[in-house]
Design a protein around this ligand. Sequence first.
Ligand code: IMO
Ligand code: MG
Length: 430
Amino acid sequence: MANVVVVGAQWGDEGKGKIVDWLSEQADVVVRFQGGHNAGHTLVIGDKVYKLSLLPSGVVRPNKLSVIGNGVVLDPHALAAEVERLTEQGVAISRENLRVAENATLILSIHRELDALRESGSAGTKIGTTKRGIGPAYEDKAGRRAIRLMDLADLSSLRDKIDRLLTHHNALRRGFGLDEFTPEAIYDELSSVAPKVLPYMDAVWRLLDDERRAGKRILFEGAQGALLDVDHGTYPFVTSSNTVAGQAATGSGLGPGAVGYVLGIAKAYTTRVGEGPFPTELFDETGELIGQKGKEFGVVTGRKRRCGWFDATLVRQTVRTSGIDGIALTKLDILDGFETIKIGVGYKLDGEVIDYFPASQGAQGRVEPIYEEFEGWSGSTAGARSWADLPAQAVKYVRRIEELIGAPVAVLSTSPERDDTILMKNPFEG
Ligand code: IMO
Ligand code: MG
């Protein structure tokens, strides 16, 4: 039995929540390994809808261990609030089923403020972030001045750490013409929330290693998508973590061998929230229609998502950078009824044809997609539960995507309902 890592293969919002929930039924442990509460994963179980941002999706099911790994940036207030919200929805959360890495970096109010400030300023590049403080927190982690979860357990040395952090942040704030933060304000913010989050703290690397040795099945739940990866994405219009599958090991404290099957999630079309290049973006009524039918509004920020055709060149690239073994293709039903459907199969860059997405910001903005046109289907794929239920043209569309991206479609999702899923291959069976 392989462990499974689920990663987004586009710019996030691929429908990871549903797939992770569906896989978590077979898993013993579900682990988040990067990002923070910038993620928005929606789970529909029976007549209940759960919206998760920070907690691993396994948390809504009984007898699953949910783990927040060291690679996550943790806003302790957001964690406490999400636990409270789910508790009100009837989900039981305790140390029994939730553990958080002691060495996870904390997101503080200074990070949220700085994120919002940079986004609202006229200077610099606007990224269109979720303003959750994700980027500034990762900066402090790499800058070796971050406060980590374990620091809340040792209040006597916390003051020194806060002083060190503020030496840096107050210099920045003076530059922005803002009031300085006092160490007392940060200390109070942290000491008041500490009792709400410390009960979950653990040495996650050891816990996961024990679980693994005991033969437990681990599901690694990625957030965002490969094109938002800080190395491999559309830099600088990316998030501040590695979102590719390799991060599942680093972000949870296991070796690469612990990560088995890599399942990439891709939508049957493409969306993106925030700024940055998007070669197959549609600015016409077709784009509007996809957005309406697909309910393309952000779970976290409520922003309207940009919509466009499936870009096979991009997904082929993420299949490689994440080592994707199979794809879960979602929201095929949104394309029901379109007369023609297009797939991006390559680009033109400065008059030349290329079969990859170039790395430079300038070239990424200049590429023009080359399309293959596809006849649509008049029947419905919504709610289909077997290949035989699909219109022939829809099957052809899926087969063509497989060919172009160089990976098989292991799972096909045909509605938000968890049972509306066609399974070609069970990822846990390697
Ligand atoms: P899930 O897990 C889609 C985008 C933001 C912005 C960029 C940087 O639901 O798929 P950040 O706040 O992370 O510094 O913002 O990344 N972004 C997402 N887009 N889905 C997400 O998560 C995202 N998380 C961040 O819109 O462009
Ligand atoms: Mg989202």
